[in-house]
Design a protein around this ligand. Structure first.
Ligand code: FAD
Length: 510
């Protein structure tokens, strides 16, 4: 240590080669790996790869605090960065650290999951816990979290650093609106408990904070009684205005449904045939006569939770609610599945795609939040002109209520009371130069973003990634100053910079 500190005073950059050996001196319960680090330079996006110097496999919160504190002591001049890696399902290297330290959050074993029952049930979990495990554990007590993502093989720390949204968000808000308390390791390596009442600025900074203010080591997540079953419903619209009017009606007031999403289909054949493997048409004869070919279709997806004993009542409620919607009657499909199967639905697709070698391909996803007042202009241009088909992946579209989002968190959303998530979830065919290739999808994404910019739609990116300070400033808009203040409070040397290409000191503070 003495050698190390004297080295700092001479010239910090000369210390860089000795960083691995200085990390080796740390007294921790887990371990560092300096050799097998390639996997930490990969993510779901499959487009960015930054090799770290070391991967920390922490066994305790104190391992993380010791490591972060050590990096803080070295000082910003070393340019050593720390990135928490949840399940590595980022799209653009957000959980990577070029020549830095990646903390493998899933190996954090300090806390056993603990479900607390009672009037206001909750579960205490590690920041590296997968949501699927939380579901399994809380179901043992007849409980479950209220707000989800469509895919559950993601970590608590990973989704809380963004927002965590799905079809339940219209009612419960995103996952960041359903957390009571966090334990966070800040940029100085201090372990701090925070909540709405205690260290609240840190609490709200970290929620939606893109991993920029600290590392979430523990979270207390709100639970509700879990239903046994789900009525899972799909139906088709050809008219966008009618589709969005129904979606907006469904998320306002006392909706019958527990989940509201939707997706767009452009120039695809056999849509209803695909549904038939898991859904029953309400009217099989009419459904068989519906021809989707070539048309742009908007599919509404709804879910209603229920317990077996309430079946009759629930069927009646659904019938009444559906009668108030304006979908094409012959395209109504209903299925009934266990709650667990509904929530874990994307994992089934993952297994299929993996078996065909189609999971680990580049994923140039584009996720946008679009103000309600602009969704029609957006749809006209993007679904009408820019996109010619939806063969490279699903396009989700659904509205949420801003009132369910807490404006004290770090997440950036549009100003209007209702805004839409539009998610272009593309998979690129490796080495293709056609429409399904990476290059063409990126060109298409850029056209969409350029259009939003030129038309002044007030769109915000979800799961954002930018390369310049100007772009980040524009993303944060009026919240930029607050972001900088929070960054300098909790990460004064800007060491926690998973998006370090963007957030490193000279760019964020200059
Ligand atoms: P990582 O990719 O490992 O990390 C994400 C970010 O969080 C990084 O910046 C990282 O440094 C930081 N981070 C990770 N752990 C911590 C921690 N403990 N403390 C502080 N910072 C941390 N998102 C939705 O909202 N809704 C969806 O429906 C949805 N569906 C998805 C489906 C699939 C198939 C995939 C691949 C992603 C989906 N996502 C969805 C996006 C997902 O929420 C983000 O990609 C999320 O970041 C992934 O979580 P992860 O655990 O893999 O995090």
């Amino acid at each position: 240590m003495i050698l190390f500190f004297s080295c700092i005073t001479i010239k910090i950059n000369l210390c860089f080669p000795s960083i691995p050996s200085s990390l080796k001196t740390l007294s921790i319960d887990g371990h560092f790996d300096f050799e097998q680090v390639e996997h930490a330079a990969k993510d779901f996006g499959n487009r960015y790869s930054y090799l770290p110097l070391a991967v920390l496999y922490p066994k305790s919160v104190s391992d993380i605090a010791t490591t972060v504190n050590h990096v803080w002591q070295i000082g910003g001049g070393s340019e050593l960065k720390v990135a928490a890696r949840g399940h590595g399902h980022s799209l653009q290297g957000q959980a990577q650290a070029h020549r830095g330290v990646v903390i493998n959050m899933e190996s954090l074993q300090g806390l056993k999951m603990q479900v607390h029952t009672g009037n206001f049930p909750y579960v205490d979990v590690s920041g590296g816990e997968l949501w699927i495990n939380i579901l399994r554990e809380s179901l043992k007590h007849g409980l479950a979290p209220k707000s989800w993502t469509d895919y559950l093989h993601l970590t608590v720390g990973g989704t809380l650093s963004n927002a965590g949204i799905s079809g339940q968000a219209f009612r419960h808000g995103p996952q960041i609106s359903n957390v009571h308390q966090l334990e966070v390791v800040t940029g100085k390596g201090e372990v701090v408990n925070c909540s709405e009442k205690q260290n609240s600025d840190l609490f709200y900074s970290v929620l939606g904070g893109l991993g920029q203010f600290g590392i979430i080591t523990r979270a207390r997540i709100s639970l509700e009684p879990a239903p046994e079953m789900v009525k899972w419903i799909r139906m088709v619209y050809t008219d966008f205005d009618t589709f969005t009017r129904d979606q907006e009606k469904l998320i306002s007031g006392q909706s019958t449904f527990d989940y509201v999403e939707g997706f767009v289909i452009i120039n695809r054949t056999g849509l209803l045939n695909n549904w038939r493997s898991s859904f029953n048409p309400q009217d099989p004869l009419q459904a068989s006569q519906f021809k989707s070919d070539g048309r742009t279709l908007f599919c509404l997806e709804l879910a209603k939770y229920f317990n077996h004993e309430d079946m009759v009542l629930v069927n009646q409620e659904i019938k009444t609610s559906l009668s108030q919607l304006n979908h094409i009657p012959s395209t109504l499909f209903i299925s009934e599945v266990p709650y667990m199967e509904f929530l874990d639905r994307v994992h089934i697709s993952e297994i299929k795609l993996r078996s065909r070698g189609l999971w680990e391909v580049p994923h140039p996803w584009l996720n946008l939040f679009i103000p309600k007042s602009k969704i029609h202009s957006f749809a006209q241009e993007v679904f009408g002109n820019i996109l010619t088909d939806t063969s490279s992946g699903p396009i989700l579209i659904y509205p949420v209520n801003k009132s369910k989002w807490d404006n004290r968190t770090s997440v950036v959303i549009p100003e209007e009371d209702v805004f839409y998530l539009v998610a272009f979830l593309s998979s690129a065919v490796p080495s293709s130069t056609g429409n399904d290739g990476l290059e063409q999808i990126l060109i298409r994404n850029k056209r969409i973003l350029d259009y939003c910019e030129i038309a002044g739609l007030g769109v915000k990116q979800y799961l954002p990634h930018f390369s310049t300070k100007g772009e980040w400033k524009s993303h944060f808009g009026p919240h930029w100053e607050a972001f900088i203040r929070r960054k300098s409070t909790y990460d004064p040397s800007a060491i926690l910079a998973p998006g370090q290409r963007i957030f490193q000191k000279p760019i964020a503070y200059s």
